[in-house]
Design a protein around this ligand. Sequence first.
Ligand code: ADP
Ligand code: MG
Length: 693
Amino acid sequence: MIISKLYGSMVFDDKTMQEWLPKEIYREMKRCIANDLPLDLDTANVIANAMKEWAVDKGVTHFTHWFQPLTGITAEKHDSFISPAKGGGVLMEFNGKELIKGEPDASSFPSGGLRATFEARGYTAWDPTSYAFIKDGILCIPTAFCSYNGESLDKKTPLLRSMEVLNRQGLRVLRLFGRKTERLSAVVGPEQEYFLVDTGVFEKREDLFFTGRTLFGARPPKGQELNDHYFGAIKPRVVAYMKELDEELWKLGILAKTKHNEVAPAQHELAPIYTTVNVAVDQNQLTMETMKKVAAKHGMTCLLHEKPFEYLNGSGKHNNWSLSTNFGHNLFNPGKSPQDNAQFLLMLAAVIEGVDKYQDLLRISVAHASNDHRLGANEAPPAIISMYLGDEITGILQAIADGRTYSTRAKCDVKIGVHVLPTFAMDSADRNRTSPFAFTGNKFEFRMPGSSQSIADVNMVLNTIMAEEFKLFADELEKADDLNEGVAKIIKRVMQEHGRIIFNGNNYSKDWEHEAERRGLLNLKTTIDALERLCDEKNVKLLTSMGVMTEVELRSRQEISVEKYCKEISLEATTMLDIATKSIIPAVLNYKKDLTMSAAKAIEAGISTHVEIAMANRLEALVKSACQMVDNLKTELEKAHEFGNGFEGGKYYASKVIPAMDDLREVCDELETSTAKSYWPMPSYADVLFSVH
Ligand code: ADP
Ligand code: MG
């Protein structure tokens, strides 16, 4: 099929709407969206009917409100268009009410105590700024999900609220620069990393199957040491997969653009072209789902876990982020005129101050059990938030702050509103790959998010902290006699008070950890350390004053996240115990028994048996140790269960259960290297990592 025809063929996008909607209805809808106004029921009825006609034309029989509960994945409940016709038979119907609002039973979604179980009703509300689409023969309507009292029960509602406040406060600042912008929004392009393994092999690994990561596994003979996978030639089976994946994503209107092999064997990456943040969030969820589905068709399993394999890089999701006006003007683009430059530098000041003030919120937005394996493990940034601006931009900002001349190779002045910035080499700003939050020429790249997580929270936080900065700046600048002097004053203050967040060096080095501590930057190593700060007074104040979340909503999210952490570690520990006691230990005993029996036969035949006996003794000692580690983990897990799934439990999991899991793994991995392959009860790392040819 011709790609231009394929692209967006399953999306009720702008082009399709113009085709299927009466002109005045289309115009009315656009007007309502642009001004955040609700649609009246008559208009909604016409839209719903057109949507249905379009979908039925493509063989669709059902619709669903598609939403993003706090589980972090998406949810749907299918209803058919069928309704009984008067004279018998059925009609295919879909009305405005059904389009705008749904009432799924919400009782089994996490609510963190927001909704007592007897009050199980929740409702979904259409987000007309994200297009409806057809997936698996179902018309999906992107929606927000709330409790009956209007508290958000999903990841989308706070994100939409944060977009709203960012727009409002951002426009105040842009007006001061004489801009006629009507709408300001974050735009995001998430780079998605993933692993592909053969499903036959995957299914033989209970750990991968239940937890998404390997809980056991000795180091394979070959890993990523030779750097021969990164950007390497893609294997035919993976090529076929990537081709189909691209096509499926294009049908859904997702601009999948770049694909390549990543650092670890079996690891790959996909990047779409950036788009408005709420659409980017929805599309990333769809991308993850499609990746898994297409993999299954090719006999492969797509692993989105942050750390499927020890000894190898895990997977992240770089959140490429910038702010864009409705005229496509990127606010992080250094401009060509003095006035543009003043605005650009002010934008940087907003990011510097916001990121420093809310290091904790950014860290929390990526905090979950599996991401703890990546952060600080020399494959992703440490758990310390800092910002990379490159030496040139840092130098310019510092010179402005110090009120002196900025000098580079060619000496030049930078006076706000008078001079144009010296052109700095884009490359020089892109070289630092170790920074968690790097300026890469005209956008920031937040590199901490994990591969499996929704990017809704991350971007909700970014929007909100920028909204607050814009509010503070606008309050100050609206009163200033001279805009340029006002901007210079802000830059000076920000550099003095928040310049500590800028770090252009190697974030993976041990020295940086010490230096960061000296600078007073936070280093929240585990998910639990991070989550404990979520409801700190300053964070509550930010989110409530910006109208993004109520304190009750925030507390409920904290509760849900801690509970999720506890449950995930508990599941991993339980799976480990199951594998160790039912598979590994019996397999090793079997091998030992055979060694001993062959030794006995050899003795009868007068053959030397030193080797068999030495090996059997070694296995005996290791198995004994494994049994002790099993008992130890069992005890720790029971204690953790007694503490419950709150912070007390969370801390116990982090400090006791995880180390007990590590101990058990260590001895079992040692056993793997000492046991004949034919006896080992599951595929080895090499079997899994090189399972796709
Ligand atoms: P990299 O050097 O990290 O590979 P790319 O230019 O390939 O950078 O971009 C990676 C991602 O960043 C893509 O998803 C791309 O669409 C997105 N991106 C590029 N420019 C912007 C921007 N101005 N704002 C947000 N995202 C952007
Ligand atoms: Mg990148």
